[in-house]
Design a protein around this ligand. Structure first.
Ligand SMILES: NC(=O)c1ccc[n+]([C@@H]2O[C@H](COP(=O)([O-])OP(=O)(O)OC[C@H]3O[C@@H](n4cnc5c(N)ncnc54)[C@H](OP(=O)(O)O)[C@@H]3O)[C@@H](O)[C@H]2O)c1
Length: 318
C-alpha cells in the first residue's frame, strides 16, 4: 500500500520536529513547509531518513501555493502559531485567517484529514488576543471542513522546548523570580513525545470531526513547576508574588525586547488555568495515555544547567 503523504505547516518548530521523526520512522512521507529553507533546512533534514522528507519554502501563504502543496497529500497538519505579535494583527493573521484559508482549500482538495494544533485553556480568556484568535481559528476550521481534528495541548515540554529550558537559564542567572498571580495558575504539562504520539495515533486511526484536549498526567501550579525546575537544576532562588500593577509594568517593558520574556497579552492569559475544561473529549478518554511525569522528564536534560553542565556559568574544577 502507498504510504500516506503528510503536508506539515510549521514543521521546523518544537512540536513539528518531533512529529516529523515519529511520522517518517513509520514510513509516512512528509512534506515540510517552511518560510526559510536556508535557516531551517538543516534542522529539518536531520529529523528523517533520506527519501521520507521533502522541504518546501514558501514566503507567503497564497491560496494557489497551498492548493498546489495539498495536491496528492492525504493529511495536512497545521502547527503554525506565534506567542507574541511583532506587528498588530499577526495573531489574527496566523491563528484565524490562515487556518480559515487552509481548511477552505482542504475542503476542495484531496486532503482526507486536517489536524490543527490549537491551545488549551483559551475559552475563558476573553481578554487575551492570543486566546480569542486561536478560538476563532478553531471555529473557522469547524465551519469549513468536517474531516478535522483540533488538538488543544497544555504546555508541551521537552529538551528542545522554549519553556523549561528558558526557565532553567533564567533561574540559573537571576537570584529571584517573580510569581504572577501568586504562582497559582494551574497547568497540566504534557511531554512532547506523548503529544506527538497523540498526533500520530489521530493520523493512523484516521479520526475526524473531533476536538481533543491534550494533557499530561499531573496538574501543577506555576509555582510548583518553577520549584520542580529549581530542584532539578540544583539551585535555590527566591520566588515572590508580584502585585498585578507591577507585573503589568514589567510586561510593558519586557515586550519591548526582540524576543519578549513576557507580553501584556501573555500576562492576561496567565491568569486562566490551563487544564481540562470539560467541554471536549480528552486524550485519556480516547485511550491516548500521556504518562510521562514532569520531574522525571526534566531531570533527563536539566544536568546541562547544573554546575559543570554545558549551560552552567560555574564549571567544575578538575
Ligand atoms: N509548545 C507548546 O507548549 C504549545 C502549547 C499549546 C499550543 N501550542 C501550539 O502548537 C503549535 C506548534 O507549537 P510549537 O511549540 O512547535 O511552535 P514553534 O516551535 O514556535 O513553531 C511554530 C512554527 O510556526 C512557524 N511560524 C512561526 N512564526 C510564523 C510566521 N510569522 N509566519 C509563518 N509561520 C510561522 C515556524 O515555521 P518556519 O519558521 O519554518 O516557517 C515554526 O516552525 C502552535 O500553534 C502553538 O500555538 C504549543
Amino acid at each position: 500500500m502507498k504510504p500516506k503523504e503528510i503536508l506539515v505547516f510549521g514543521a521546523s518548530g518544537f512540536i513539528g520536529r518531533n512529529l516529523i521523526r515519529r511520522l517518517t520512522k513509520n514510513n509516512y512521507k512528509v512534506i515540510a513547509v517552511t518560510r526559510n529553507i536556508h535557516q531551517k533546512g538543516y534542522i529539518l533534514k536531520t529529523e528523517s531518513n533520506p527519501g521520507y522528507l521533502d522541504i518546501v519554502e514558501i514566503k507567503s501563504f497564497e491560496p494557489n501555493k497551498i492548493r498546489e502543496l495539498m495536491r496528492g497529500c492525504n493529511v495536512c497538519v497545521n502547527l503554525i502559531g506565534i506567542l507574541y505579535e511583532k506587528k498588530n494583527g499577526q495573531f489574527n493573521k496566523f491563528h484565524r485567517l490562515l487556518p480559515d484559508l487552509i481548511s477552505k482549500i482542504a475542503s476542495e482538495s484531496d486532503i482526507n484529514q486536517l489536524v490543527h494544533i490549537s491551545s488549551l485553556g483559551i475559552e475563558n480568556a476573553k481578554d487575551s488576543i492570543y486566546a480569542s484568535s486561536k478560538l476563532n481559528g478553531e471555529e473557522a476550521i469547524k465551519t469549513n471542513f468536517e474531516r478535522y481534528v483540533i488538538l488543544k495541548p497544555s504546555i508541551c515540554y521537552g529538551s528542545s522546548d522554549k519553556f523549561t529550558t528558558k526557565f532553567m537559564s533564567l533561574l540559573s542567572l537571576l537570584p529571584f523570580m517573580p510569581l504572577y498571580y501568586k504562582g497559582k495558575t494551574k497547568f497540566a504539562p504534557i511531554h512532547v513525545s506523548d503529544f506527538v504520539e497523540i498526533i500520530f495515533q489521530v493520523i493512523q486511526k484516521d479520526l475526524n470531526n473531533l476536538t481533543i484536549e491534550c494533557v499530561g498526567p499531573e496538574i501543577m501550579s506555576f509555582e510548583k513547576m518553577l520549584k520542580t525546575i529549581l530542584k532539578s537544576i540544583d539551585k535555590k532562588r527566591l520566588l515572590f508574588p508580584l502585585p498585578y500593577q507591577l507585573a503589568k509594568l514589567s510586561a510593558k517593558l519586557f515586550q519591548l525586547m526582540p524576543e519578549p520574556l513576557l507580553t501584556e497579552d501573555q500576562l492576561k492569559l496567565l491568569r486562566y488555568d490551563n487544564i481540562l475544561s470539560g467541554k471536549y473529549k480528552t486524550n485519556f478518554e480516547l485511550g491516548f495515555k500521556s504518562e510521562k511525569k514532569f520531574e522525571n522528564e526534566i531531570n533527563k536534560y536539566s544536568y546541562n544547567w547544573r554546575v559543570g553542565g554545558q549551560f552552567s556559568n560555574k564549571k567544575e574544577v578538575v
